[in-house]
Design a protein around this ligand. Structure first.
Ligand code: SAM
Length: 216
């Protein structure tokens, strides 16, 4: 699966694409993460990607031309890609959307900065996505979160695909887990997990599985 990320900070995306499960998947060719430098599509003398808002107001707004040319270039190279604008007003990301996305061949994320986008940029994309009800200073962390949650659902990305089944929001919910040592600072691992009785362990895990939103 291919992920394009249109951004003024391509190095941030490069860094993310190098570590852990995502880095391994990228190196093995299961996914490809391609940062697209928005400034390469800013054709003004000073490569400006922002400007003052018409009508006045605080801060700067992302200009429409650089995203327009960057999106056109990605679409020209890959006409299967779905272009997603990262905005706090978009559809809220969830595990269901990650599953939906994992069936796509290619996604292209457009990261905002400053006070947000010139409104005309909304007409250039297929959809808008938010990662939650809060304001980030840019779309890059949102893009990384969405790529991470989506890519780990792709076949082969996670070594043991059974890990995906017993996960919060998965088919069977996650349950409390322990590793060595059996006693740490007086806190003991439940005896049943040391018993070797697989049926009793399965029952215990079922009884103790987390409910969504249990820990606040
Ligand atoms: N003034 C804008 C508003 O109130 O909607 C916020 C702009 S924010 C400082 C800059 C950029 O960060 C946004 O254009 C968007 O790309 C990204 N961003 C911020 N919060 C986000 C969220 N919750 N989900 C996705 N992207 C977000």
């Amino acid at each position: 699966m291919k992920f394009y990320v249109i951004t003024i900070f391509p190095d941030l995306i490069e860094l993310f694409a190098n570590f852990g499960i995502i880095g391994r998947a990228a190196r093995s060719g299961l996914i490809k993460i391609e940062p697209v430098n928005l400034r390469d599509f800013a054709y003004s003398k000073h490569k400006q990607t922002d400007d003052e808002p018409y009508g006045g107001g605080p801060g700067m707004i992302m200009k429409p031309e650089p995203p327009y040319y960057a999106i056109s270039s990605v679409r020209k190279a890959d006409n299967n890609t779905k272009v997603i604008l990262l905005t706090p007003q978009g559809r809220e990301f969830s595990q269901e959307i990650a599953e939906e996305f994992s069936k796509e061949e290619s996604l292209c994320f457009v990261c905002g900065r400053y006070e947000g986008f010139d409104e005309r940029i909304r007409t250039m994309v297929d959809s808008e996505l938010s990662i939650g009800k809060y304001i980030l200073s840019g779309g890059e962390i949102a893009a990384c979160a969405v790529i991470d949650a989506t890519a780990r659902l792709l076949p082969g990305v996670i070594g043991n695909s059974e890990s995906l089944i017993a996960e919060t929001y998965g088919t069977n919910p996650e349950y409390p887990q322990y590793t060595r040592p059996a006693v740490f600072k007086g806190m003991e691992v439940p005896q049943i997990l040391l018993s070797g009785n697989h049926e009793k362990i399965r029952q215990w895990r079922k009884e103790h599985s987390y409910k969504k939103g249990e820990y606040k």
